[in-house]
Design a protein around this ligand. Structure first.
Ligand SMILES: [Zn+2]
Length: 280
């Protein structure tokens, strides 16, 4: 994926330059001895300044909530905190749809051991919060509006205290689900990072439901699955849809709090706000 290393001179020549058959050129001037010493002094000074940073930039092993069930045995991946370069990608975002792209680009860069697009959405959601934790810290400040009185409550969420539900390693996958009206068993796949675009688009999701069904009884033919879906009942479809998205696996981001204004006991899903990608 990465390009072969180019020298500054190669880069200055611009793209395409290498394709021409280059005429005989004079050998590149050697770095003079004092320049070489200076370069090495700069390098030494920088690594001295970064002495304590190195250990904080390292890759960390993380067990996926799916414990390998959704990804053919890949239980563990490595993640690393964001760097200056990653921050630049994040800060260059000016529109919402760019934001979604930027987050996936960042996650691709900071996750090793699995292809990002194949991550189950349960694992992806968990890793997103883990990346936030190791990059900016465990405490995440949020303002959550009380559903009773409308008062905004300021909460500081300790991310490492959120509950994680892990898959049972012996779990059957694709997940068998008996549909209520047809009384047949559908084997349901989990949604993955590459499917995320469908989630904000109900029409596209309905058209793509077949993608999440591995087979119905013993039929894995796409034509049979699509034909079945178009002819069965709305209740069967509702169960399919629910089974795709409601596996109880991953980071549980519902937080419970008592409203400081009206004392209501509230449960709200943790929002991803402007503090998510910044130091609290
Ligand atoms: Zn309230």
């Amino acid at each position: 994926m990465s390009e072969p290393e180019k020298s500054i001179i190669d880069l200055a020549r611009g793209p395409g330059a290498q394709k021409e058959s280059a005429p005989e050129v004079a050998p590149r001037p050697q770095m003079r001895r004092d320049e070489a010493t200076e370069a090495s002094n700069i390098k030494d000074a920088i690594s001295q300044l970064l002495k304590k940073v190195e250990s904080k930039k390292g890759w960390v092993s993380i067990t996926l909530p799916s414990r390998g069930v959704f990804n053919e045995g890949i239980k563990e991946v490595k993640i690393r905190p964001f760097t200056y370069e990653d921050e630049r990608i994040l800060r260059s975002v000016t529109r919402v749809n760019e934001g979604i792209k930027a987050v996936s680009t960042l996650m691709e860069r900071c996750i090793e051991g699995i292809s990002y697009s194949d991550l189950s959405l349960y694992d992806k959601h968990y890793l997103l919060f883990k990346l936030r934790e190791i990059s900016y810290g465990n405490e995440y400040p949020v303002g959550i509006e009380c559903q009773h009185c409308g008062e905004e409550n300021s909460l500081a969420i300790e991310l490492d205290q959120l509950k994680v539900d892990y898959a049972n390693e012996g779990m059957e996958y694709p997940t068998p689900v008996v549909l209520p009206d047809s009384e047949v068993t559908a084997y349901i796949n989990c949604p993955r990072a590459k499917d995320e675009g469908l989630l904000n688009n109900p029409a596209a999701l309905t058209d793509s439901l077949w993608k999440f069904i591995e087979r119905i009884e013993s039929h894995s033919d796409r034509g049979i699955i699509q034909g079945f879906l178009t002819k069965t009942t709305a209740k069967d479809i509702a169960v399919v849809r629910q089974s795709i998205f409601s596996r109880k696996i991953g980071l549980q981001t519902d937080v419970r709090f008592i409203c400081k204004h009206c004392n209501a006991d509230e449960v709200m899903n943790l929002p991803i706000n402007e503090n998510f990608f910044s130091v609290s």
